[in-house]
Write a protein that binds this ligand. Sequence first.
Ligand code: BTN
Length: 265
Amino acid sequence: MDRYDKEGILTQLRTSRMGRNLEFWEETGSTNTRALELAAQGAPEGTLVAADVQTSGRGRRGRDWNSPGGSGIWMSLLLWPQISPEKIPQITLTAALAVRDALSVQVPGCGIKWPNDIIYGGRKACGILTQMQAEERGLAVVVGIGVNVNTRAFPEDLRGIAVSLYQLTGKEFSRSAIAADILYYFEKYYEKFQRAGSFEPLAATYNDSLVNIGRAVRVALPDESFEGRAEGIDGDGRLLVSGEDGSVRAVLSGEVSVRGEGGYI
Ligand code: BTN
């Protein structure tokens, strides 16, 4: 049922640009690394690199990303955005919205943990790693998306943190169909984002799914950490965190934990 290869994805695509130039690997180191190589060769906007297995999948903050075969969507999209570099994180938020929509079609109930994790009941089903590279033509942006789809079980250290659609439902899903859906929704949101030149028109939709909202959060910045209440994101994609003294701080990037029953997650 899951024909997960170049043909399998192409037959499901409903986009005009995203994923139309597609490279599929049975196994590669990291689809992000490969997409950055293609950027250096001048590959067009919307080029997609997808793989069944990543042998050195990368996560945020230098972590590894568990990417075994037959289980997940590991894919990277190349973009050449005409925006100022400080807006690049907003592309990652745009991708999170697209994944949220695509996963909701299959399994309702996911939320977004700022800035770009898709979670079900506190466990992560998707992570996004955006990387950029200066080229003669301009700034290349690679949005790497990892979704745990048909994973039966995770390694010990990820249990309790990660979850797959299979674990949530006991059913197998078509990775090609979900990958194509993500690209479909991404294209729509990205057009909106580009037209406006800002995340502003998407912020309310994003806040609708934000699990942090109204909750106690701990923000870890490189040189300090603080606690407060998450109020949602602003039009620039920054997380607004209010303190007990009524002050509001806008956080652009950093590790944010939400307070759950057993502490911060
Ligand atoms: C995170 O830490 O939450 C981000 C994980 C991003 C994983 C994806 S899988 C496809 C792409 N290739 C990589 O090496 N990483 C991203």
